[in-house]
Write a protein that binds this ligand. Structure first.
Ligand code: ARG
Length: 309
């Protein structure tokens, strides 16, 4: 069977990121299979790795804004989980048009991370974002923003280990967008961003072993040109990467994966973040895109819509 190669367009978002400066990164509890209290991050290595991620994003033409870490929030370095930031404008192309910014704050599954939310809310408010949430302080649906991606006009959301299915309905109706939900069943891939990484408008890395059968099939059907990862490949955290134009900033990249990405014309920049792997996260987890736009990256769907496999 021959593959039909469509013309691919770069992701429009992914040029502007929020990161949390890792001044208090520790493994104080174990809420995912990678965390081990006997294997603590080393502060100087942590800082060097974090600075290397910042430098790689900037070298690729992106921008990084920085939020200081709270001393009692050791996992706050995984800025992706602070919330889902969205902008909207009447005329997406015109820089003079007023841009409206909002953020759906995460409602963390584990109480250990819930003190991050007020800090995030303060930063987003100070930077012109209106906050919303689907639940708070343990009441209402859990939603962790690492589970959500804008892709091909829809919000692709993983649920199960962290985000709850009910959150998808809130996201769809509150934002007026289409949400496609995928059930994560693999405890090692507890966030969507460990088994899925959109690359451009037709290509994405997908690890079917992260999901139940119906969701794996639906996700593969959604992606015109999937780069299918084995579970072993995904466990390198290669899908926990970010795309800045045609550059992919990755924590690791197995040779087979690299060959396909290069054939597709991507430039691969590896930044090793071994200290952050100790908390169960890598580059996508450390970075939160602020430039996802409703009306451009997400189609407006009055009343919202949820599709499950
Ligand atoms: N220790 C953090 C947690 O378990 C890691 C978060 C990783 N972030 C991500 N977007 N996958 O919540």
């Amino acid at each position: 069977m021959s593959t039909v190669h469509q013309e691919s367009t770069e992701l429009q978002w992914g040029h502007d990121y929020l990161m949390v400066e890792p001044n208090h990164f520790r493994v104080d509890y174990a809420i995912n299979p990678f965390m081990d209290l006997n294997d603590q991050p080393e502060p100087l290595h942590t800082r060097a790795e974090w600075l290397a991620v910042v430098a790689a994003i900037e070298a690729a033409g992106g921008r990084v804004r920085v939020l200081p870490q709270l001393p009692d929030a050791p996992d706050m370095v995984y800025a992706m989980n602070l919330g889902l930031a969205l902008e909207s404008a009447d005329d997406a192309g015109d820089p003079d048009v007023h841009v409206d910014r909002r953020v759906v704050l995460s409602h963390m599954r584990y109480a250990q991370r819930r003190m991050e939310t007020p800090a995030a809310e303060g930063w987003f408010a100070a930077n012109g974002f209106t906050s919303k949430s689907v639940g708070r302080d343990g009441v209402g649906a859990h939603f962790e923003a690492g589970d959500a991606f804008a892709w091909r006009g829809e919000l692709v959301v993983g649920f199960g280990p962290r985000t709850e299915e009910l959150a998808l309905k809130h996201l769809a109706t509150d934002l007026g967008v289409s949400v496609q939900g995928f059930r994560i069943t693999n405890p090692g891939m507890y966030h969507m961003d460990l088994g899925f990484c959109p690359l451009d408008d037709t290509r994405a890395m997908v690890c079917p072993a992260a999901y139940d059968d119906a969701s794996a099939a639906a996700l593969l059907a959604l992606v015109p040109e999937p780069l299918v990862l084995t579970e072993e490949e995904a466990m390198t955290f290669c899908a926990n990467s970010i795309v800045v134009g045609r550059t992919i900033v990755m924590p690791a990249c197995p040779d087979r994966v690299r060959a396909q990405l290069e054939e597709w014309g991507f430039e691969i920049v590896i930044v090793e973040v071994g200290e952050f792997l100790k908390g169960g996260g890598a580059i996508r987890c450390m970075t939160n895109p602020l430039d996802v736009r409703i009306g451009r990256d997400l189609a407006t769907v009055p009343g919202g819509r949820v599709t499950l496999a």
